[in-house]
Design a protein around this ligand. Structure first.
Ligand code: AKG
Length: 255
């Protein structure tokens, strides 16, 4: 069970410039369905660790307390997650984009992101790296759509090139969200790009890339599987959360 992923040096340059790359139809719908089914079981039984909507937005009452925002640390939950995160066919591309052997990190974004209808909220502009602690910023995330993602159910939006920017501290609020009420941020936000994703589409994006996603106005949950890899030399800082969880080296694969 491999994936359909052809890439070239022009796309590597595009990733460096924009901070993300989109691959259509990379994963078979059947594989996505199998991953989604196991995710739904874990969700139904609320198998920990999970992140609740109430924890994310800091409002500790219903309906947010019963709304799961993500199943965390999914790598060891099921063979289907492990196989996907260790998929050999994507490794050469990850190594090329990171400039080194990739290491799978489970401290962050090793998740099934779930966006529930009505009870989940808008995800504001942010960089994933805001609470991550590594020597440098050579980290990227691999986002697999397990179903359609569009403006109805909270599609991802990106600000191309923002991963290369050093913004002044005023651009961010106290929770490190990129402020949309701060006038100088507008010219960046106006450059936003988004794509309707179909089941099996893949987006790779840099950990410093600004992105957001809307709430889910449809009547079905949105499911996406996400994992993060770091460059082998980009070590987590000791004593931080980033250093506390299992990491899995993804060495080069021999054809
Ligand atoms: O709400 C979403 O679907 C995106 C989630 C996200 O970007 C995050 O949790 O970092």
């Amino acid at each position: 069970m491999s994936i359909n992923l052809e890439w070239n040096e022009a796309q590597v340059r595009e990733f460096e410039e924009k901070g993300y790359l989109l691959f259509r139809g990379a994963v078979d719908p059947e594989r996505c369905d199998a991953i989604r089914e196991i995710s739904e079981v874990h969700l139904r039984h609320r198998i920990p660790p999970v992140e609740l909507e109430s924890e994310y937005i800091g409002i500790d009452h219903e309906p947010y307390r019963r709304t799961i925002r993500r199943l965390r640390q999914v790598y060891r939950r099921d063979i289907l997650f492990r196989e996907w995160m260790e998929e050999p066919a994507i490794r050469p591309l990850l190594a090329r984009l990171l400039g080194e052997m990739p290491i799978l990190v489970t401290a962050h974004h090793n998740s099934v992101m779930t966006k529930m209808p009505a009870t989940s909220t808008h995800t504001r502009w942010h960089r994933d790296q805001r609470y991550w602690h590594y020597r440098d910023n050579r980290l990227l995330s691999v986002w697999l759509a397990l179903g359609r993602e569009d403006s109805q159910n909270g599609v991802l939006e990106f600000i191309p090139g923002s991963h290369r920017m050093e913004f002044p501290s005023e651009s961010f609020d106290e929770k490190e969200f990129f402020r949309d009420d701060y006038a100088p941020n507008r010219e960046w936000i106006d450059k936003r790009e988004s794509f309707v994703l179909e089941k099996g589409d893949l987006i790779l994006f840099h950990a410093s890339l600004l992105h957001q996603a809307g709430s889910n106005g449809s009547d079905a949950p949105k499911f996406s599987l996400v994992y993060t890899v770091r460059a082998a030399g980009n070590l987590p800082l000791e004593g931080t959360r980033s250093s506390l969880y299992e990491e899995i080296p993804l060495p080069p694969v021999t054809p």
